[in-house]
Design a protein around this ligand. Structure first.
Ligand code: NAD
Length: 454
């Protein structure tokens, strides 16, 4: 089934139907209209799948992709132009240019946590760059997957954009098929499976993965602001955010201040009983609920800890005096549990972080520019914030992506366009002049070429 779909899309692509820039823009506008008209239904689906409050659904998914479409509509013509570049002196008379060529048939595979945005955002980039697309929504966010099916069917013909649904069998079939590009967002273990499959055909890939993203609260931090921004970044979407602060390293001298402020912030955000708060979501399914409950050490829980399997709720939970030997520190948490560790020497923890897989994000809270520069230089990570959490993802002028263990490749805005385009280098020569420098017999030409190439 996948192979025949790819064949049909390839034919559509080869016939040039995706090449015209105005047509691409028209398709993006059609997509925008569908999203605007169906906004309520999308927000409701997100609420059903993840208990996502409409505000979060709009800010991080629906509104997010609408803004992205507007950005592409505004800039695409400029980005897609052939780019003239200088030709070296020994090559003239000639002109050189770079053509941004679409790859062909692209697969976009999405996870469950931002099930709409993380599928639509790369799809926008793939369409803008002139590809055909096969999207695979997460099987766990069922209601959102249904809306995505409707969206794709109403906005596009199957030869242009198609949706396939199912679990890992479907993903497996897809990643082994003769695609021209695979864009995968998901966990590190599945990322490795995708990369292995892609290697068989040398299919180019982007991997948007996860990992344990650290947050550092230094002794000179504005503790109140830090606690609020960390609580927000951790507990939005019930902690199921790839760039959520996974754990916090707080300077020993401000540990209790920080924990007090954290408790205050959580109460301000979600009230005395977060389980009944309309602004707080739920865990995606029982499997993840059980996994998270197993990470809790009741002796170390200082805030929250309440949970209800029936409704898949786990309260915003903070664990203190945590060490690297604790269960909660073994893997990415991906839920509303925040371990707090303490430190006295900043360089000690920076060295420790440098030994671990490069995280997707890092957040630093400090009032000192010297500390900012030092930390940014010392630790490698995908992207991050100084004195905030998450918000680096929301700037369409910045690339988003991991490095090393947290993934490879970038997207968002112009970087999405680049990701889904092959830079085809064309050197166009005149036939009027033939200096013959590179042709044999070489005789004394070695001296001449040495003068030019140095
Ligand atoms: P996941 O890796 O379990 O699933 C992602 C996709 O892979 C799904 O569509 C699923 O059908 C497929 N899949 C699952 N197991 C498979 C297998 N064995 N073989 C082939 N395909 C398989 O991820 P998830 O649980 O949906 O999402 C959570 C993970 O995604 C976290 O690790 C998180 O950090 C990461 N994530 C990363 C980003 C980012 O932008 N870097 C964004 C969101 C989530």
């Amino acid at each position: 089934m996948i192979e025949s779909l790819i064949k049909a899309q390839k034919k559509y692509f080869m016939n040039g139907h995706t090449r015209d820039i105005d047509k691409r823009i028209a398709q993006l506008k059609k997509l925008r209209t569908f999203i605007q008209v169906n906004e309520e239904a999308i927000l409701n689906a997100l609420r059903e799948d993840l208990g996502k409050p409409h505000f979060e659904g709009y800010a991080t998914e629906v509104g997010y992709v609408l803004e992205s479409i507007s950005h592409f509509v505004k800039h695409l013509k400029g980005w897609a132009k052939d780019e003239k570049v200088k030709a070296p002196i020994h090559q003239i008379p000639a002109t050189s240019y770079i053509r941004y060529e679409p790859y062909g048939v692209v697969a976009v595979i999405a996870p469950f946590n931002y099930p709409f945005q993380l599928l639509i955002e790369p799809m926008i980039g793939a369409i803008a760059a002139g590809n055909t697309v096969i999207v695979k929504p997460s099987e766990y966010a069922e209601k959102t997957a249904l809306i995505i099916q409707k969206l794709v069917k109403e906005c596009f013909q199957t030869e242009y954009v198609a949706v396939v649904t199912g679990g890992k069998e479907m993903t497996s079939e897809l990643i082994h098929a003769p695609l021209d590009y695979i864009f995968f967002t998901g966990s590190v273990p599945v990322g490795k499976i995708v990369m292995k499959a892609a290697a068989e055909r040398l299919t180019p890939i982007t991997l948007e993965l996860g990992g344990k993203s650290p947050t550092i609260v230094h002794k000179d931090a504005n503790v109140k602001v830090a606690a609020k921004r960390i609580a927000w970044g951790k507990f939005i979407n019930t902690g199921q955010t790839c760039i959520a602060p996974d754990y916090v390293y707080v300077h020993e001298s401000i540990r209790s201040d920080f924990l007090n402020e954290l408790a205050l912030a959580i109460r301000q955000f979600y009230g005395h009983d977060p389980l009944v708060s309309e602004d707080y979501g739920k865990i995606i399914n029982e499997r993840h609920y059980d996994r998270l409950i197993n990470l809790l050490d009741p002796d170390k829980v200082v805030i929250g800890g309440q949970a209800d399997r029936e409704t898949l709720y786990i309260a915003p939970t903070v664990m203190a005096d945590v060490g690297w030997e604790d269960a909660v520190m073994q893997d990415e948490i991906f839920g509303p549990i925040l371990p707090v560790l303490t430190y006295t020497n900043l360089n000690d923890i920076l060295n420790l972080m440098a030994e671990k897989p490069k995280p997707l994000a890092l957040y630093l809270f400090s009032e000192s520019d010297v500390i900012h520069t030092h930390v940014m230089e010392k630790v490698q990570f995908g992207g991050g914030c100084i004195n905030d959490t998450l918000t680096h993802i929301a700037n369409p002028n910045m690339p988003f992506g991991g490095v090393g263990g947290s993934g490879m490749g970038h997207y968002h805005g112009y970087d999405s366009f680049l990701t889904f385009s092959h830079k085809k280098a064309i050197h166009k020569k005149s036939t009027r002049i033939e200096h013959g420098l590179v042709f044999p017999p070489y005789r004394h030409k070695l001296q001449l070429i040495k003068k030019i190439l140095k």
